[in-house]
Design a protein. Structure first.
Length: 377
C-alpha cells in the first residue's frame, strides 16, 4: 500500500467463494432473477438470522417498500420512522402515499427512543389517531431496544418493521434483529457489512407474507400459463448472479464482524482518552457489530470542531463522514412531524464516522489514527 492511497469508509470485502459461486451461475446459465443461488441464499440467510422465511430482492429499499405495503400502509396513513437514519428508511413511506412521523434517538444506543414513542402513542391513542406502522432502524450495527419497541407496538396495534440494513451480524439478547417485528429488512449495498453490489432481503416468520412479497416482487403475476395480473407489483427480485456473491459473503459474516469490531477497539484504544471524544456506546442488550465506528467530538472540551477533523482527514485522502443528517432536518421532509429531535440533531452536529471496512489493514488504520491525532492537536 502506498502512503496516500485512498482509504474508504466501508468498501466491499470480497473473497474466493464469491468468485466460485458466480462462476457456477455462468456455467449453468442461470443469469436471471431467480435460480438456485437465490433459493440457497434465502435459506442460508434464514439460518443465519433465525428467521422463518426470506425473500431476496434488488435492494434494501425495495424490501422496505414491500414490507410497508404488506403492512397495509397506503394513502392517508401515518408511519413512525427513526429520524436518525439514511433516507431510504423513510422514502418508501412517502412513495406509498403515507406521511412519516419522525422519532428522536436516545443517547445510550443512538436508536429510537422508546419513551418518546410511548408518550406520543399514548396521546394519539386518546385522540383515536394511531399511526399504522413503525420503521425502527438498527443504526450503524447496533440494535434498537427491541423488547421495549415490541411491547409498545403491541399495546397500540402498530405494525413493527425492523430496518436492519446496517445491523446484519448484530444481536439483541442473543438473537439477530429482523424477526422481532412483523418483518425485517437487510441491505447488501456496496457499503454494507456484506454486499452483493446491490441487493436486499425481507425476512419474516409469516410464510404467507413472504409468499405475497415474492409475488409482488415479480410483477404480481397470477398463477397461469399466460401473463395475468389482478394487482400491480414491482420488478424487485434479486439476480441469481448476485445471490451467488451473497452466499460467499454470508459465509464470512462472522469474520467480518470480528474485523469491524477490531477496528473499533483499535480506534478506542488510540482516541478514547482525548478530551471531548466519546465513542457510540454499546448498549447492554447485545452485540454491536461496529459496521461503522462512530464517535462524537465536544468542541468545548476538545477545542476543535468535528468538521475540522473530518476535513483534515479528507485532505489526507481518508474518507470520513458526519453522522446521518436527521430526516426531520431534510428539506424533502420539511413538512413532516418529529417527536423530539434534539438528541439526533446533537449527534449529527458532533458525530463522525471513521473508515471501518472489514478489510481495513493495520497500516491503514494507523494512518487514520495519526491523521485524527494531528488534526486534534
Ligand atoms: C443502506 C440502507 C438502506 C437501504 O438499502 P439499499 O440496499 O441501499 O436500498 C435502508 N436503511 C438504512 C438504515 C440503510 O443504511
Amino acid at each position: 500500500m502506498t502512503e496516500g492511497q485512498r482509504i474508504y469508509l466501508s468498501p466491499p470485502d470480497i473473497g474466493e467463494a464469491e468468485r466460485q459461486y458466480v462462476q457456477e451461475a455462468f456455467d449453468t446459465n442461470w443469469i436471471a432473477p431467480l435460480g438456485p443461488h437465490v433459493d440457497a441464499f434465502e435459506e442460508e440467510f434464514c439460518q443465519k438470522v433465525g428467521a422463518g422465511y426470506a425473500a431476496a430482492l434488488s435492494s434494501g429499499t425495495a424490501a422496505l417498500h414491500l414490507a410497508l405495503r404488506l403492512a397495509g400502509v397506503g394513502a392517508g396513513d401515518e408511519v413512525l420512522v427513526s429520524t436518525l437514519t439514511f433516507v431510504a428508511s423513510a422514502s418508501p413511506v412517502v412513495q406509498l402515499g403515507a406521511a412519516p412521523i419522525f422519532v428522536d434517538a436516545e443517547r445510550h444506543s443512538w436508536n429510537l427512543d422508546p419513551q418518546r414513542l410511548a408518550d406520543f402513542l399514548a396521546i394519539r391513542d386518546r385522540q383515536g389517531r394511531l399511526p399504522r406502522a413503525l420503521v425502527a432502524v438498527h443504526l450503524y450495527g447496533q440494535c434498537a431496544d427491541l423488547d421495549a419497541l415490541v411491547e409498545i407496538c403491541e399495546r397500540y396495534g402498530v405494525v413493527l418493521i425492523e430496518d436492519a440494513a446496517e445491523a446484519l451480524g448484530a444481536t439483541y439478547r442473543g438473537r439477530s434483529p429482523g424477526s422481532f417485528g412483523k418483518c425485517g429488512i437487510f441491505s447488501f449495498n456496496g457499503n454494507k457489512i456484506i454486499t452483493t453490489s446491490g441487493g436486499g432481503m425481507l425476512v419474516s416468520d409469516d410464510e404467507e407474507l413472504i409468499q405475497r412479497a415474492r409475488k409482488l416482487a415479480t410483477q404480481a403475476r397470477d398463477p397461469a400459463p399466460h401473463y395475468q395480473h389482478s394487482e400491480l407489483g414491482y420488478n424487485y427480485r434479486m439476480s441469481n448472479v448476485l445471490a451467488g456473491i451473497g452466499r460467499g459473503q454470508l459465509a464470512s459474516l462472522d469474520e467480518k464482524v470480528e474485523a469491524t469490531r477490531r477496528n473499533f477497539f483499535a480506534y478506542r484504544d488510540a482516541l478514547a482518552d482525548l478530551p471531548g471524544v466519546e465513542f457510540m456506546p454499546e448498549a447492554t442488550w447485545g452485540r454491536h457489530t461496529r459496521w461503522l465506528t462512530c464517535l462524537t467530538i465536544d468542541e468545548q472540551k476538545a477545542g476543535v470542531h468535528r468538521e475540522t477533523i473530518r476535513e483534515a482527514m479528507v485532505a489526507k485522502n481518508i474518507e470520513a463522514r458526519p453522522v446521518w443528517k436527521p430526516m426531520h432536518l431534510q428539506p424533502v421532509f420539511a413538512d413532516a412531524l418529529c417527536v423530539g429531535g434534539e438528541v439526533a440533531e446533537d449527534l449529527f452536529e458532533r458525530g463522525l464516522c471513521l473508515p471501518s471496512g472489514s478489510n481495513l489493514t493495520d497500516e491503514q488504520r494507523q494512518r487514520v489514527i495519526e491523521a485524527f491525532l494531528e488534526a486534534f492537536r
